[in-house]
Ligand binder design. Structure first.
Ligand code: SAM
Length: 331
């Protein structure tokens, strides 16, 4: 039995946020008032594993660990080990800012993590510190080197914000030419009340692609879409890497969306833009509730998965599309 919605979409991909805490203060991600989920409300790893086990029996075959910053939560590496032990065939991935990553790289390679998504909005040390609030670029670049040296596939995610990193295309193109990575530009999304998003700082993917095309020839990779996700991917002439665009705002990919999110406080979100959340924490904590009952609840929730583009259309002006901040959803 699969997790299928009313439009026939099948949910196979879980984004699991292990914490809402982060060691960076990226301006586009954490704008608005700071409030954290109280510790007792954060799921224990055993409860997360229970959820993943149930979801995998219902057809979920890809799990991404995210946050907040996953590696700021103690024992995150143990969670990865336990996930691999319990679900040896699952496609396991991690999204991280890379600050604490380097010591874990050999483990991730050993566990057969399919790819690490590294969020990196600038290759310029001062610009990086100004976006993220911390001068830690060297540690991240060192983790990147290590991943490449052990052959761990890397995708670099750049949130494209005009006035922040629009002057750095030469650096990004250089990285895609010289490193065997996928470098993907993500359109800035108006997430979280207090979002800094506005028409002026929004930098659409089509414009980025045009500007890059003036520097280097881009050729669409067959099919135009990355097999593993929503990015439109291009080969870079003479390059070792590729460049991709995630057009969450200008060209939605809701029709093929196969995602499900579990926040660190145990809420299921079936669409990034939909603030309707389904609280499963109580069920996951209870020994009296069986896995079958939780699976049934999950099936009912997934059946109601909405179309994010419709929610986006109802947004007014520069307001946020969803109240919850990215740092507490997990991206
Ligand atoms: N801390 C980890 C990291 O930096 O990758 C994982 C969590 S972070 C919330 C996940 C992804 O969401 C990152 O790639 C981040 O850049 C992206 N993100 C955060 N806010 C965003 C926004 N408003 N629009 C687009 N992407 C955003």
């Amino acid at each position: 039995m699969n997790l299928t919605d009313a439009r026939g979409r099948v949910v196979r991909y879980l984004r699991l946020s292990v914490t809402d805490r982060c060691n960076l203060r990226c301006r586009y991600c954490r704008s608005g008032t700071e409030h954290f989920i109280p510790h007792p409300d954060i799921l224990r790893y055993e409860e997360m594993l229970r959820f993943v086990g149930i979801a995998s029996k219902l057809g979920v075959n890809k799990v991404r660990i995210t946050g907040g910053e996953p590696f700021v939560r103690k024992g995150c590496a143990d969670l990865l080990v336990m996930l691999r032990e319990r679900l040896p065939r699952i496609d396991l991935r991690v999204t991280t800012n890379g600050v604490l990553l380097e010591p874990y790289v050999p483990l991730l390679a050993r566990l057969g993590v399919s790819a690490v998504n590294l969020s990196l909005d600038s290759f310029d040390r001062a610009a990086f510190a100004s976006v993220t609030g911390r001068d830690v670029l060297p540690a991240i670049l060192s983790a990147l080197d290590k991943m490449l040296s052990v052959g761990l596939p890397v995708k670099i995610n750049v949130v494209a914000v005009r006035g922040v990193n629009d002057g750095q295309l030469d650096d990004f193109v250089h990285a895609a030419k010289t490193l065997p990575i996928d470098l993907r530009f993500i359109e800035f999304m108006p997430m979280g009340s207090g979002t800094l998003w506005n028409e002026k700082n929004f930098w659409p993917a089509d414009e980025i692609r045009e500007e890059i095309s003036r520097r280097v020839r881009l050729t669409p990779v067959t099919g135009g879409r990355d097999d593993a996700g929503p990015a439109r991917v291009y080969a870079v002439e003479g390059g070792r890497g590729r460049i991709g665009f995630i057009t969450s705002m200008t060209n939605h990919f809701c029709a093929s969306c196969n995602r499900l999110r579990l926040t660190s406080d145990g809420h299921v979100r079936t669409c990034l833009f939909d603030d309707r959340e389904y609280r499963l924490r109580g069920m996951l904590r209870s020994k009296r509730v069986s896995d079958r009952q939780i699976g049934e609840a999950l099936r009912r929730v997934c059946a109601l998965k909405p179309v994010g583009a419709d929610i986006l259309k109802r947004r007014v002006g520069d307001k946020a599309v969803a109240e919850r901040r990215m740092t507490s959803i997990g991206g």
